[in-house]
Design a protein around this ligand. Structure first.
Ligand code: NAP
Length: 265
């Protein structure tokens, strides 16, 4: 099996990378940075997002495994002291591959169309003032948004920024996108729905920012600044991300451990 390791860059993660390579070599696993079948992330969820974007063009051909080194590690199944067991299982057994939905963001700009894929979410904010944007759902005007910004999350990202905004946590088997508002202005003049919206796989939404605004977009941890965006189409991507599971770790146990802080395993 070919693998690559992406780490957070801190001392502990770097030590674990060295140890992982030693254990993997002893078990006949092959390090291959160009075309790995398994991408091992050592760090936190931020590290897994970095690993995802490093290999986003090859996600149909590989699976991710997260090892966490102290932070939240929502995407991670393994702890730092379990490297040996993980490498043994990688060498001796077949994992269960679970496939989670992604968000596709298509920007229509003065320079043409640009597409991004998000594992957690896409956000849009005004760089100078509040964001003013029309939101269409399935090509029909839904609302005019005025406020700090909009977050469009995948089910995996529903536990990240979306959760801080009071959005619902969505099980990743539900192929969907969730739109959450950041501090919308609501009064007699300006009105938005206020609740977050969950769109199914066969629906899409377009965000049409008022002209001449400088905008800040994020796609997971990546920041993009542009002032030439005409529309942003958000939909469930046709591709999915794969995670390799060598032992069960159900989504709701993950949620309970990460946010309620107890483990019943
Ligand atoms: P960061 O500031 O280092 O990470 C933000 C926090 O979000 C970290 O604790 C991270 O966990 C956690 N996180 C990431 N993905 C998650 C997920 N799917 N479920 C639960 N928690 C998750 O920033 P970063 O490392 O560049 O990560 C970018 C992410 O930060 C964005 O995708 C966004 O979701 C999140 N964010 C959240 C807020 C907010 O909640 N107000 C604001 C901005 C951005 P680890 O500690 O394990 O890395």
């Amino acid at each position: 099996m070919n693998y690559v390791v992406i780490d957070r860059g801190d001392k502990l993660s770097k030590e674990l990378v060295t140890r992982f390579h030693e254990l993997a070599a002893a078990r006949g696993l092959i390090r291959n940075d160009e075309s790995p079948e398994m991408v091992i992330s050592i760090g936190g969820d931020g590290t897994l997002l970095k690993a995802f974007h490093t290999y986003v063009d090859r996600i149909d051909d590989l699976a991710f495994i997260g090892i966490h080194t102290g932070h939240l590690g929502f995407f991670a199944d393994w702890k730092a002291d379990e490297l040996e067991e993980l490498v043994r299982m990688m060498a001796e057994s077949e994992p269960r591959i679970v496939r989670y939905p992604l968000a596709q963001i298509e920007l229509d700009t003065d320079a043409g169309k640009v597409t991004h894929t998000a594992l957690n979410e896409f956000t849009l904010k005004g760089l100078d003032n509040m964001l003013v944007a029309q939101i269409n759902v399935n090509d029909e005007m839904f609302e005019m948004f005025r406020g700090d910004g909009i977050v469009v999350s995948t089910p995996s990202g529903s536990t990240a920024y979306n959760k801080s905004l009071g959005g619902a946590i969505i099980h990743p088997s539900i192929e969907s996108l969730q739109l959450a508002e950041i501090a919308s202005i609501n009064n007699r003049v300006y009105r938005t729905l206020g609740s977050s919206l969950v769109l199914p796989q066969h629906h899409h939404c377009d965000i049409i920012p008022r002209k001449d605004q400088r905008l800040q977009l994020t796609v997971d941890q990546l920041i993009i600044k542009r002032d030439d965006i005409r529309t942003i189409r958000c939909s469930v991507a046709s591709r999915k991300v794969s995670f390799a599971r060598y032992r069960p770790f159900p989504f709701w146990n993950r949620v309970r451990e990460a946010f309620l802080g107890y483990d019943v395993k």
